[in-house]
Each structure stands twice: as C-alpha cells, then as structure tokens.
Write a protein that binds this ligand. Structure first.
Ligand code: PLP
Length: 425
C-alpha cells in the first residue's frame, strides 16, 4: 500500500503504523542491545537468517524506521544509515572495491568526498580517476579500466551546482558494466529520484536537508536492487563469505545483496553507526522534507533573480535560472525545484566578499548548507583559505565567490538583508 502513496504521504506516514496504545511517534530506542530467550533465535541472528535487532552497531529499531522510510521515498529495496555523509560515501565504495581496483568519478564533488577519493582511497589501494562530467560519452569511456568497479557523481555538484546528465552517466555505467553511485544530498528524494533515471546506488549526507535544522550528523546508502552483480566483477557479493559460514550474498538475498553485505561486513567491522537519537531526528526531518524543499527552491530562485539584477553582483550561479548551462537538465530531472544553494560573485573581490559575509545580519555566517535558516560563506577566506590562489581557481572558488544556502524564512526578509549587506560592502 505505502509504496503506492505519493512521496509527500510517504514522508509523513511511511513505514511506521503504531498498534493500539503504542507511541504515535516512532520512539527513540536508546539501547545498545536487545534481549532474547533462546540460543536458537540468537544463532539465526548471527547466521543472517533473521533481521531482528541484537546490537545497535548492526541495527536499531529507530534507525530502521529512518532507513525503510527513505528507501521507500527513493524507490529502493533497502537502506543503511551511517554516522555521517562521509561514512556513507566511503562504505558505498568499499563494499564493492578493494585494493588494486579502480573508481571513475565526476571531478565536481563536495570537498570531503574529493579528499576521500584523492587521498584516502589511494592509500587503501583503490585508485580514482576524476573526469569532467561534461565530456561526451565516448571520451568518458576512456577513463575506465578492466579493474574499474563503479562510477560516482553528484546529482547537483557541491559547490559547482552543475546538474548530472543521468541519461549519459547511466548509459556509461551500463556500457561499462559497473553500478552508478549518486550522491543526491542537494536534491533530496523530493526534488529528484535518481533510481528513476538509471542510478543503482544513492548516498546522502542526512546532515543537510534531511535533518534540515542543523542538529545532527548522519548519512545513508540506498540500494535500487537492480544492478546485476553476477557479471564476474563482484566475487565479494557472489562467492562464499568466509566471515559468514560461506554464505553468498546474491544467492541468499537476491536484490538486497549489496545493502546487506554493506551492513553485515563493513558496518560490523568499521562501526560507523548513527546514534538512535539522530535517526529519530532524521525521521522528523523527512516528515517535512517535501514542504521545506519547495520553499528552499522557491526562495533560492527569487534571490538568484534578484541578485542577477543587482549592480554590485558580477555573476550568479543557480541552476534554476534559465541562463544556467544546467537549466535543460533541471527541466528534465529537477522539475520541482533546483534546491536551495546558490553562488554569486561580488564586485570588489575578496575584500568585498568578506565585508558582505560579515555584513549579513539575518543570514548567519556558518560552514553549513541545507539548514532551514539561511547561511552565508565566503570560501576564499574560510574553508578554502589554505589553498593557493591557483588551487582555489581549480576548485572553482574565485576570490569574489559567495555561497548562500537559502533557508525557508520569508524571502522579502532575506532580500532586505542581502541588499543592506551588498550596499555596505
Ligand atoms: C556535506 C556533504 C557530504 C558529507 O556529509 P557529512 O554528513 O558532513 O559527512 C557529502 N556530500 C555532499 C554533497 C555534502 O554536501
């Protein structure tokens, strides 16, 4: 029944229906462990013959509500919640890539993901080739090697705000027989459902719009259940796992093989588990996600249009503007809105950028996006200050660049604040 509901209904009512006298709200099960009566029942848990919770590192009832609800909203078969978005991205790849293997990724990535791919995965023996996602399909194919095991990209690049050409990337992944993993943090399941456009695995930083109130770090991996792991490249999923009495994930779990392996092996061994309280908060976040994403997107478009006409603004980068190079892809994949983040260039460069950021009164100076409250950042003097000017340019961070994460306040109050800060900078 619930998978026939529209996403707004799934967000509010999905995957939790209390029986008589049970709590109306899915409660916080703040318990490390769960009690059993028989050795036989416990043996089943350890053999993965039964999905009941037994230790919170491997699963928790509050976290399950969040996992199942977001899997439903994305149209996937299962999900694994993690302690941060970084943990979700790392596990999504480690689950199918080991030393000697290779990843192809769009180069337009969140800074933390870039660092994971450029520094940490290579130390574990997994090499990553970064590609320009705007290249034609045939050029992109050249980045692949026999040992490539996945293709990675963001739905809306952070901070470049380029929109992913799903048709091209899913055709590429299909041709190369690897799964397409998409970080859809900025789009959220409300604005875009990547599985409908050929993605195989989705990751989110729940820290951003899913929480939506700047309270908790978290992440999640969602499995479409559609990728064929039996193509000879993924023995870890198809051949016996000696750490589970020789079980074969694809044989035992069918379409759930990938997501169960991620939990049973990597969550077990690395322990990047969300706190039950955070899962409770993400459940609440999902409830209002559709409403908030509508307002974030509407406000961002109005502000982007306002900035375009302002004498002190040199350029505006918001994919929802008709003049943006990604606009055709927005029409195709983000028809409900282009989310809440935009960047713009201010006359007067670095100095004016710092003045603008300090001059905002309602809009807060914080290193965060996806909050109900609007935030501003001048990356050149803050997050990217350790980089040389050349490195800053290469990462797309010019000295005049300001990033706004537009919140859900009344847009007239935001414009008044932006206007006074521009006048004073
Ligand atoms: C913030 C972010 C991450 C990392 O998430 P954390 O929860 O901070 O670990 C990954 N991808 C994108 C697109 C992000 O914006």
């Amino acid at each position: 029944m619930s998978d026939k509901w529209r996403i707004e209904t799934q967000a509010v009512q999905g995957n939790y229906t209390p029986a008589a006298a049970e709590p109306r709200t899915a409660p916080i099960c703040q318990s490390t462990t769960f009690k059993y009566d028989s050795a036989e029942h416990m043996a089943k848990l350890f053999d993965l013959d039964c999905a009941d919770p037994f230790y919170t590192r491997l699963g928790n009832p509050t976290t399950s509500v969040f996992e199942e609800k977001i899997a439903m909203m994305e149209g996937g078969v299962g999900a694994l919640a993690t302690s941060s978005g970084q943990a979700a991205s790392a596990l999504s790849i480690l689950n199918i890539c080991s030393a000697g293997q290779h990843v192809v990724s769009a180069g337009t990535l969140y800074g933390g993901t870039y660092s994971l791919f450029a520094n940490t995965l290579p130390k574990l023996g997994v090499e990553v080739t970064f590609v320009d996602p705007g290249l034609p399909l045939e050029e992109l194919k050249k980045a692949f090697r026999p040992e490539t095991r996945c293709l990675f990209a963001e739905t809306i690049g952070n901070p470049g705000l380029n929109v992913l050409d799903f048709e091209k990337f899913s055709a590429l992944a299909t041709a190369m027989e690897v799964p397409l993993i998409v970080d859809s943090t900025f789009a959220t399941p409300y604005l875009c459902r990547p599985f409908e456009h050929g993605a195989d695995i989705i990751v989110h930083s729940a820290t951003k719009y899913i929480d939506g109130h700047g309270t908790s770090l978290g992440g999640v991996i969602i499995d479409s259940g559609k990728f064929n792991w039996n193509n000879g490249k993924y023995p870890g999923l198809c051949e016996p796992d000696s750490s589970y009495h020789g079980l074969r994930y694809t044989e035992k779990f069918g379409p759930l093989a990938y997501i169960i392996k991620a939990r049973a092996q990597y969550m077990r061994d690395l322990g990047v588990t969300p706190a039950p309280l955070n899962s409770f908060i993400f459940n609440h976040g999902l409830t209002t996600l559709p409403l908030r994403m509508e307002r974030h997107s509407d406000n961002a478009l109005i502000i982007a249009t306002f900035l375009q006409q302002h004498a002190k603004v040199k350029w505006v980068n918001y994919p929802g503007l008709e003049s943006h190079p990604s606009y055709p892809l927005v029409q195709k994949y983000l028809s409900l809105g282009a989310s809440g983040v935009l960047t713009f260039g201010i006359e007067g460069g670095r100095e004016a950028g710092i003045k603008f950021m300090e001059g905002c009164k309602l809009i807060a100076m914080v290193v965060h996006v996806g909050d109900a409250r609007s935030c501003v950042l001048h990356p050149g003097s803050t997050t990217h200050r350790q980089l040389t000017e050349e490195q800053q340019m290469a990462s797309g961070v010019t000295q005049d660049l300001i990033r706004l994460s537009v919140g859900i306040e009344h847009v007239d109050d935001l414009i008044a604040d932006i206007n006074q800060a521009l006048q004073a900078s």
